[in-house]
Design a protein around this ligand. Structure first.
Ligand code: ADP
Ligand code: MG
Length: 697
């Protein structure tokens, strides 16, 4: 048996069943082995029907005696489907009021069923809507169901076959019962013994057919460890490769330009900013290549820190590229930096996809000749055509929106430039260790002095007039406001219309005497730039916008934000949006204006946002509520899909995996030792793109 064999050739699987398995991405034997149960029923905890006690959870096993629809004649009582089962001690009714069509054809007389749920009494003992598993059909051999019975997610409902949990269990049983079932071990003996992990073959057996629930846990732990470990191993190898080479640029220590910038700034750097800047300066002035992540909550002042680092590069005669994920953000960075650099007589250019024709040619020339010292832009920066004379420093903002390979592409435009990546989405510790495990991390854990907590509250249509009045009063005081409409990818056209209509309504009916602008991604970038500039210069009082303003926009006098349909956003995104206000010493206010009754989950999410301004706590919640993929909100984040590991709960395992991986690589950076040969083999198999991935650091 080969792990890469298609499932179709397994015993018990033909073309139709193979198709059903394929529908849930099970193509090979290996995929099947890693199709893990969603939970287990433990036969050792089975209660005889006679001993069931009311209103408590129980698991029962029994034979189907009768089944069928019950139509209710009495008013107010629902039709229902019921299955009567019996064991040696008595009868019990399993009962469904909903989802009947999914249940209906499942049972036959004589089937053995295991069911669990809460025991009720109503015309006899019943369990409403139990979790159940068909153990065997009438007359089938019962011996192959162990004490612990795995419950699998069923395959998609295909026309003809629908492989249910029982079907999958049987196929797996046939496979694992082969006497020669042995899978080559992935991990060195030392790792297994020091962390007390199950060997791989045992783990794969016990994830499916454990002798006890404890063993099932151990098996899951081992398989989750694998996923985390090989990811960390990749990160460790990447990091060690970067660390080892001393071909980085030793920049000069901060000099005249840095001192000048300190003078121009209207504020003192915070302690956190100074600390982070020291870390960056140390890296930059050393011969090692800097590979550093700068993370900090919205408004913590990352841009200024980056600007200082940029000046260090410029002072040593090198060019810097600053890449941002959206045009608006790139434009914003350009404006901020431009304003400050103008007085220092440093040339800065902006390159996005909206820059075209002659202007583009001119800019490309300035970059190639080295006259443009600072180049700000979007993905456009990684185009073939863009050539630098002496790119020595790369800054990437909102790092998680780029893929690792894009990062690498930009870096390759220079000769081993230093790298600073920034993120304003606070990343929970677990994710940071997996996503950025190969980077050194600097954290801005402090906001500029005098910042007040933004007051956040939930409102609805009924208090709209009051809300607009409040906003108007703030504007009267000389403050500014955002009114944000959601822009959700799937319904962009409709959303955009809502924003435009909202804008027209507000301008014509509500704020006749105020200056309002509309900003969204479809407006041409040159025009957008002007709108943003004007808003910053207070030529507008209110900015009606879509979520394009999510990142970056920095207008200190903006103190009010109304978010329409906040229930359509994730927590972290809302936190980002809210971060556009509260950027000065004034008190700011954020209103989450919901328009429909909230679901329980939405209410929980929005209340969480009202209760704290701490981006790291919000990020932890968001990760728990939505899982890592959704949390990061993009396919490009570079986080592998884990089948078994769960970043919201496997924190300890992740630390162990990380420690081990980094330890092994430190002692054996090329994985040359005999005991690590298995690692090397799996690693090459897992990461076919290895060279590129390693380079990507
Ligand atoms: P981030 O990118 O981390 O969200 P920014 O770098 O855009 O934050 O800074 C937010 C705002 O705070 C900007 O208006 C910036 O000028 C200001 N700022 C940055 N550092 C300080 C400081 N040390 N003291 C006061 N204001 C600061
Ligand atoms: Mg910023």
């Amino acid at each position: 048996m080969n792990l890469k064999d298609p499932v179709q050739f397994l015993k018990g699987v033909g073309p139709t069943r193979a198709e059903a398995l394929n529908s849930v991405e099970i193509e090979t034997v290996e995929d099947l082995l890693y199709y893990v149960p969603r939970r287990y029923l433990d036969r050792s905890t089975i209660t005889p029907i006679k001993e069931l006690s009311l209103n408590s959870q129980a698991t029962v096993i029994g034979q189907v005696e009768a089944y069928g629809m019950k139509y209710s004649k009495r008013w107010g009582r629902k039709n229902r489907y019921q299955v009567i089962i019996r064991d040696k001690t008595g009868f019990l009714t399993l009962i469904w009021f909903e989802g009947i069509r999914y249940i209906k054809n499942k049972f036959n007389e004589g089937d053995i069923v295991i069911a669990s749920g809460e025991v009720r009494f109503f015309d006899g003992l019943q369990i409403p809507h139990p979790e159940f598993e068909l153990i065997s059909r009438k007359g089938e051999d019962l011996t192959h169901t162990g004490r612990v019975i795995p419950l699998y997610p069923s395959t998609a409902q295909l026309k003809k076959v629908n492989l249910d949990s029982r079907g999958i269990r049987k196929i797996l049983k046939l496979l694992l019962d082969k006497t020669n079932f042995i899978i080559e071990e992935n991990l060195p003996e030392e790792v297994l013994s020091s962390l007390n992990l199950l060997p791989l073959t045992q783990a794969l057996r016990n994830i499916h057919f454990p002798d006890s629930l404890d063993l099932a846990d151990k098996a899951r732990e081992r398989l989750a460890f694998d996923e985390l470990f090989f990811l960390e191993l990749l990160l460790a190898l990447r990091k060690s490769k970067v660390k080892k080479v001393e071909d980085g640029i030793p920049f000069n220590p901060p000099g005249r330009l840095v001192r000048q910038l300190l003078k121009i700034l209207s504020f003192e750097l915070t302690t956190a900013q100074k600390k982070v800047l020291r870390e960056i300066t140390n890296d930059m002035t050393s011969k090692k290549r800097m590979n550093r992540l700068l993370q900090g909550d919205v408004g913590s002042g990352k841009t200024v820190v980056a600007l200082f680092a940029i000046l260090i590069a410029v002072e040593s005669g090198y060019q810097t590229a600053l890449m941002a994920p959206t045009e608006i953000l790139a434009e914003q960075h350009f404006l901020t930096i431009h304003n400050l650099l103008e007085t220092l007589e440093i040339e800065i250019v902006l390159l996005t996809s909206s820059v075209t024709g002659k202007e583009k040619l001119r800019i490309l020339k300035r970059i190639e000749s080295g006259q443009a010292k600072v180049v700000v832009g979007t993905h456009s920066l990684i185009e073939e055509k863009v050539k630098f004379k002496s790119l020595g420093f790369v800054v990437i903002d909102e790092q998680h929106r780029f893929g690792v390979l894009q990062r690498a592409k930009l870096k390759r435009k220079g000769k081993s430039p230093d790298l600073l990546v920034m993120t304003a989405t606070p990343i929970p510790r677990t994710l940071a260790l997996t996503l950025y495990g190969d980077l050194d991390v600097s954290t801005l854990d402090q906001l500029p002095p005098g910042r007040k907590e933004i007051k956040t509250s939930i409102t609805d249509e009924s208090s709209q007039d009051k809300l607009y009045k409040f906003l108007d009063e703030e504007v009267e005081k000389g403050n500014q406001a955002y009114i944000v409409y959601p822009l959700v990818e799937e319904s962009e056209v409709i959303d955009l219309k809502a924003a435009t209509q909202g804008y027209e309504y507000l301008q014509k009916e509500v704020f006749l005497h105020r200056r309002i602008a509309l900003l969204h991604g479809r407006i041409k970038s040159t025009k957008r730039e002007i709108i943003m500039k004007n808003f910053r210069e207070k030529k507008y009082d209110i900015l009606v916008c879509t979520t394009v303003i999510e990142v970056g926009l920095d207008v200190p006098d903006a103190t009010v934000m109304i978010i329409e349909h906040p229930e359509r956003f994730g927590l972290s995104q809302l936190h980002q949006l809210r971060g556009r206000i509260g950027r000065s010493e004034k008190q700011s206010f954020c209103f989450l204006k919901v328009s429909a009754p909230l679901s329980f989950d939405a209410k929980k999410r929005l209340s969480a946002l009202c209760s704290t301004n701490d981006g790291f706590r919000i990020a932890e919640w968001d990760l728990k509520l939505r899982g890592p993929g959704e949390f990061l909100g993009t396919r490009q984040h570079g986080l592998p899909k884990f089948k078994i590991a769960d970043l919201t709960r496997d924190l300890k395992l992740l630390y162990q995996a990380r420690d081990k991986a980094f330890d092994i690589v430190e002692k054996d950076p090329e994985l040359k030792r005999k005991e690590n040969s298995c690692l090397k083999r799996i690693f090459l198999l897992k990461y076919k793109d290895k060279e590129r991935l390693l380079e990507a650091g």
